[in-house]
Design a protein around this ligand. Structure first.
Ligand SMILES: Cc1cc2nc3c(=O)[nH]c(=O)nc-3n(C[C@H](O)[C@H](O)[C@H](O)COP(=O)(O)OP(=O)(O)OC[C@H]3O[C@@H](n4cnc5c(N)ncnc54)[C@H](O)[C@@H]3O)c2cc1C
Length: 390
């Protein structure tokens, strides 16, 4: 049996190179300048349009696109570094950028033809268009192969009918990657398409009211007799499921990084509170329980960041990283939940009341364990990776 440890390269250089350190400082500057409105986005369930537009202007919507198509080709590791910084401030901006870069741009770059890339990348790399990834349906979440949306071939086009649910950026995106059934076979009958919002029959349905990530619009996308030109099929008919799963490996790195950002923000709140606890003589006076909480969370944050970066480095090398990405997402998302819960506990009333971001972090963290594969599904992916032949 081959284990992932044996398969993985020996990652001994824990330092980011100078270029990535510079990039991180650059993104920190963007976050300080443009992501101060996270609390308002959450309270008003308002899409952070200005923040996303500013990110586009600064080139943050093109990190996973090759240079010949207008991208910066910085790759998955750089995207992870960027997304941790952004999500430490605003998860709604973070998930918009994560989906655009890691679920849409990455997919197009890997699976689309030259002509397709030349057609859509100019709009996507500049942020003129945002992208959305449409896999889930009413009866198809964890069991993605159960999807029912249909694309029936009719000469030089497909006629698409169905409804996609829980689509991130649904009301703001102009380009949808849609997974639809082109044949009866449960897995090999699924194909992937690009669908443009402007086409007749494409509409945005109900917007979900959510626990967290409230500034990120999550909507239904309704497809009624949509005429999809055959040249909008991605790769071959029947390859959709492979494309969906391969893309999710990258997407999970985005959500792992989002989770690290949330965890970091929560740990910083705990650290500041613990550091400020003083006795009557001004000496440090945090309880041992608080210090242990802080120590454990901070240690896990560093460990899971390395887990996330390992998977990103593998993906940047073109090595399959399903197991490693699932490890990163399941560990980091559970940490985000633990850290946010601890922040509410340690901060007490200030944690629960909205006087600090702690309660928002707790609500946002919960979603990281659901989307792009629930935690239980990640654990299945890891177990399968460890028990199946390489
Ligand atoms: C905020 C948000 C944004 C989203 N954005 C998108 C998007 O942009 N595009 C998109 O396509 N989808 C999106 N989704 C959908 C998301 O991917 C699904 O919610 C997710 O796949 C889980 O599916 P489900 O909600 O139907 O839960 P279910 O599949 O019903 O699972 C519920 C629970 O059952 C358990 N479970 C299910 N199956 C198994 C199993 N085989 N083994 C063990 N336990 C199991 C798990 O504990 C799981 O948490 C989004 C969801 C949310 C909450």
């Amino acid at each position: 049996m081959t284990t992932t440890v044996a398969r993985s390269p020996q990652v001994t250089d824990f330092e980011l190179g100078p270029e990535l350190q510079q990039f991180r400082t650059f993104v920190q500057g963007y976050a300080r300048e443009h992501l101060g409105g996270a609390a308002r986005c959450d309270a008003e369930a308002k899409f952070p349009r200005e923040a996303v537009q500013a990110a586009a202007k600064l080139g943050l919507l093109r990190t996973t696109v090759a240079k010949e198509y207008g991208g910066s080709a910085m790759g998955n590791l750089a995207s992870c570094v960027m997304l941790e910084e952004i999500n430490a401030h605003c998860v709604s901006t973070g998930v918009t950028i994560s989906v655009h870069n890691s679920l849409v741009n990455s997919l197009l770059g890997k699976w689309c033809s030259e002509a397709q890339k030349r057609r859509w990348f100019p709009k996507l790399v500049t942020g003129e268009w945002l992208g959305a990834y449409c896999l889930s349906e009413a009866f198809s979440g964890s069991d993605a192969a159960a999807l029912r949306c249909e694309a029936r071939r009719d000469g030089s086009r497909y006629v698409m009918n169905g409804a996609k649910l829980w689509i991130t950026t649904g009301s703001e995106a102009q380009l949808f990657v849609v997974f639809a059934r082109t044949a009866a076979d449960r897995v090999k009958g699924i194909s992937a398409f690009v669908v443009e919002k402007q086409w007749p029959g494409v509409s945005v349905g109900k917007k979900e009211r959510k626990l967290g990530l409230r500034g990120s619009p999550t909507t239904e996308i309704v497809l009624e007799n949509v005429s999809v030109p055959a040249d909008c099929l991605i790769a071959e008919e029947g390859q959709g499921f492979t494309i969906a799963l391969d893309t999710l490996d990258g997407g999970r790195l985005g959500i792992a990084s989002q989770s690290l950002g949330i965890a970091r923000a929560a740990i910083e709140l705990i650290r500041d509170t613990v550091a400020a606890r003083k006795d009557a003589k001004g000496r440090p006076n945090a309880s041992q329980a608080e210090q242990w909480t802080l120590a454990d969370l901070a240690s896990d944050l560093d460990a899971y960041r390395l887990l996330t970066w390992r998977a990103a480095i593998l993906r940047d090398k073109g090595v399959r990283c399903s197991t490693e990405a699932a490890m990163a997402k399941s560990c980091a998302s559970r940490l985000a939940n633990r850290a946010a819960r601890a922040a509410v506990t340690v901060l007490g009333l200030d944690g629960a009341s909205g006087a600090t971001p702690a309660e928002r972090l707790l609500r946002d963290a919960r979603i990281t364990e659901i989307y792009e594969g629930a935690t239980d599904i990640q654990r299945l992916v890891i177990a399968r990776g460890l028990t199946s032949p390489a």
